[in-house]
Ligand binder design. Structure first.
Ligand SMILES: [Zn+2]
Length: 220
């Protein structure tokens, strides 16, 4: 439910207007870029291939349903994540800004199975700050495409470093990969953690320690 709302508002933001209100109606324009008819045909093929009857009652609408689901899961492919952080404010604040526990759901590009978890995104401003929700938007847009967690982590960090011209950016992502928990090695509960440290978070051990304490501090 929440995911859907976020996806829709992320799409809406690409229209270039009213960046403030995420409750406004979403524009379906971007979703149309995903060819749902084609997905539905392919899903029907998959059902046949596994020996199912795609015409039985329970499966009748499945190809269409899956097509809509995919359109949503991959909606970030057609959105420029940078748009969300182009609007910044000039502030003297020069301490760490951290948004912790940004929930996301992405799709592993090797198995087309979801991986989901939390992203922690921090930056050290250099005169530019953005609305805190924009950091979550960047995560959302980059998650909603075929991904690998390592690349997604790096993409978020690079994008923020460039757009905000920040003194440093730190991104830590913790996720459960269903391609590991329900198939293959089947290790339920395993958590994959990736991090990207840029600028001061990479070069200055105490700055890095500070952000890691902010992220993990009360969990130990
Ligand atoms: Zn996978």
């Amino acid at each position: 439910m929440n995911d859907r709302k976020t996806a829709e508002s992320a799409l809406k933001d690409t229209s270039g207007e009213s960046h403030g209100d995420s409750r406004a109606k979403a524009s379906p324009i971007e979703v149309r870029k995903v060819d749902q008819e084609r997905i539905a045909r392919a899903i029907r093929e998959i059902l046949l291939a596994i020996g199912e009857d795609p015409d039985r009652e329970g499966l009748k609408d499945t190809p269409r349903r899956v097509a809509r689901t995919y359109a949503e899961l991959f909606s970030g492919l057609h959105v420029d994540a940078r748009e969300h952080v182009r609007k910044f404010f000039t502030e003297k604040y020069d301490e760490i800004v951290l948004v912790r526990d940004i929930a996301f759901c992405s799709v592993c590009e090797h198995h087309l199975m979801p991986f989901m978890g939390k992203a922690h995104v921090a930056y050290l401003p250099n005169g530019r700050v953005v609305g805190l929700s924009k950091l979550a938007r960047v995560v959302e847009v980059l998650a909603r495409r075929p991904q690998v967690q390592e690349r997604m982590t790096e993409q978020i960090a690079e994008l923020l470093l460039e757009e905000l011209q920040a003194k440093g950016v730190a991104v830590v992502i913790e996720a459960v990969h269903t391609c590991m928990t329900v198939r293959g090695v089947r290790k339920p509960g395993s958590l994959c953690v990736t991090s990207a440290m840029k600028g001061a978070f990479r070069s200055n051990p105490s700055t890095r320690a500070e952000v890691l304490t902010l992220i993990y501090g009360d969990r130990k």
